[in-house]
Design a protein around this ligand. Sequence first.
Ligand SMILES: CCCCCCCCCCCCCC(=O)CC(=O)SCCNC(=O)CCNC(=O)[C@H](O)C(C)(C)COP(=O)(O)OP(=O)(O)OC[C@H]1O[C@@H](n2cnc3c(N)ncnc32)[C@H](O)[C@@H]1OP(=O)(O)O
Ligand SMILES: NC(=O)C1=CN([C@@H]2O[C@H](COP(=O)(O)OP(=O)(O)OC[C@H]3O[C@@H](n4cnc5c(N)ncnc54)[C@H](O)[C@@H]3O)[C@@H](O)[C@H]2O)C=CC1
Length: 675
Amino acid sequence: MTSPITTHREGDVLVVVSNNPPVNALGAAVRTGLDAAIDEAAGDDGIKAVVIACDGQTFFAGADITEFGKPPVEPLLPTLVDKIEASEKPVIAAIHGTALGGGCEVAIACHYRIAVPSAKLGTPEVKLGLLPGAGGTQRLPRLAGVELALEMVAKGDPIPATKAHQAGLVDRLADEGALREQAVAFAREVAGARPLPRASEGEAKADASVFADFRKANARRFRGFDAPEANIACVEKATQTPYAEGVQFERESFMKLMFGVQSAAQRHVFFAERKASKIDGIPADTRPRDIKRVGIIGAGTMGGGIAMNFLSAGIPVTIVEMQQDALDRGTATMRKNYEATAAKGRMKPEQVEAAMGALTPTLSLDDLADCDLIIEAVYENMDVKKDIFGKLDKIAKPGAILASNTSYLNVDEIAASTARPEDVLGLHFFSPANVMKLLEVVRGAKTAPDVLATAMAVAKKIRKVAVVAGVCHGFIGNRMLMPRQVEAMKLLMEGATPEQIDKVHVAFGMPMGPFQMSDLAGVDIGWHRDPTRIESIRDALAAEKRWGQKTQAGFYDYDEKRNPSPSPRVAEIIEDFRQKTGTPQHDVTDEEIVERTLYPMVNEGALILEEGMAQRASDIDVVWIYGYGWPVYRGGPMFWADTEGLKKIVAGLEKHGFEVAKLLKDKAEKGERFN
Ligand SMILES: CCCCCCCCCCCCCC(=O)CC(=O)SCCNC(=O)CCNC(=O)[C@H](O)C(C)(C)COP(=O)(O)OP(=O)(O)OC[C@H]1O[C@@H](n2cnc3c(N)ncnc32)[C@H](O)[C@@H]1OP(=O)(O)O
Ligand SMILES: NC(=O)C1=CN([C@@H]2O[C@H](COP(=O)(O)OP(=O)(O)OC[C@H]3O[C@@H](n4cnc5c(N)ncnc54)[C@H](O)[C@@H]3O)[C@@H](O)[C@H]2O)C=CC1
């Protein structure tokens, strides 16, 4: 087995190169090769300095996450980075791409760092429920300052090499395309330099208030997570104790996180998200179609947001509405959203103009004739959609992909209204479409493999996380949402309050509970619009225009800043329905709320898998994390069920009279997991 690490001499500089695609993860073979290279340099008087570089797309992008949870293999990364730093000859890191996690720790254990301006450095371990366990939490604050170290390790977002250079984290910026030779030249410059700069020998200083302020400022963001606080505590330790003590504290903290449920969940999600992009049953080399122009039909709540995804990715859009005022309203909303992004410094004004300049508003479907992908986002009405797809069939060019953004409707029935069902699928965006990362790719019975492959490629281009779903009512996410909402309403009838149920869900880690979500999306969604027909609590609310946040009243009352408060009127309506229906009342416990609203979601997920409506259990987890905000530190509904124990889930479902899905029952009986 050839080593991924090679060395060669350039004069008195030893150049060490890693070639471990796709991301030069610091797996055991890489660590062994680097270890040997440092020994080679130490043992050869002709070598005066060392450059560590990587071939391929990036400098080391971290430890090899696939090794976690397995027996450790020497040399461990902490040992290796200490050896690099202890070298008597200067070691220079030549950085391109993304020096992340252990890769960043290797870089800061080197004596010097040179990077191309397009490179990034980061410590994203916290997003895996971990922390930089190879000295990063102790070296980084000493090298780059406490404030920047806190930002990097506790939030996990990478910083550009230019910012790292300003902070002293990178010593020199190289010209793009000239990194390797400029790194060797830099090595020659510093060869023989004494003493060598070693990050572990520096000091990390900060007022105690820095940590208190950081914790307070990020309390909401870090709510429920273990790793952010562990990272903060390690950096704090760096300001209080000598390096050796701090790194011991870091190691203990790393091990505690590594063997905890949250990190297992977050690592599961990392791989699940990537696995979701793979489509079972089509040739791996299926070539996507070229998408040069996109058409959107409907500029309402969804159409405008969907259009923004493509415009932001540099893909021109033609957007169609029925009426000029609706078209103007839709395009104005898009501009307003872009300008709000620019106001936050996340977009330049010229980028806003470029995006809006690539938008062609029109009232004519005929103007979609040159589009490669057309996405329908009109009313959730099958007749309307079939009429539109029938017209598209005559207008769209051969090979154009026709997609519906329908939330629930049968994509095969929509496809049958065309003579090209193989070009039809569902592309179910989530609201707000320009923000939510999830895209359900609904695979019709006749959808062609290259159409599916195109959908996955387009999703990556517009920075969405795509999951393939089968044709069933509500696909994956909304189908699992339904039993949760039904049970939540039943619990209201039996004695619970909206705020009690929502509180349980928020405490679980959801961004909001079932009733807060209804008020946000609109209590009137799907309402029959007849205020005299009052057959449910929801009908009663809708009849009084309690449509949610948009009318300052729904399941909650809202002030002008949309702050919610329990509604005495809603309590009256609920009590009235309890009386009218004679529903037996009881004290609803928080445990019952979990068992009756979350367990049925797992049960529905099992049915979805049984029916082949999802390719794998981890896809269901991805849907709920990226489409509904399921707490990533719980790994998604199916992973969470595994950690709860499927036997416990089955017992809870049976206790409340649910019919348990066969797959769930079988797995529970066999002691198996979904993931
Ligand atoms: C008794 C037990 C003792 C235990 C040991 C003792 C203690 C030891 C202490 C350990 C010290 C280590 C501490 C540490 O620093 C830990 C880490 O470094 S954790 C990893 C940190 N790095 C990351 O989180 C980066 C993750 N990757 C990314 O963000 C992106 O992949 C990246 C931006 C690099 C590239 O993005 P993109 O081009 O979009 O490619 P993909 O994301 O699709 O990835 C391509 C491919 O590569 C796989 N992959 C990516 N990163 C890793 C990785 N770090 N390890 C393994 N594999 C990785 C990814 O899954 C994809 O694979 P496919 O099969 O192609 O889907
Ligand atoms: N609102 C939401 O949260 C989500 C909605 N969806 C789905 O997206 C679709 C659109 O929903 P919304 O944007 O919320 O509806 P909306 O009512 O806000 O917008 C629909 C738009 O389509 C336009 N329209 C109707 N018929 C048309 C035609 N023949 N030609 C051109 N334009 C036409 C209407 O004028 C309206 O502006 C529905 O299928 C819905 O189920 C999907 C995910 C989330």
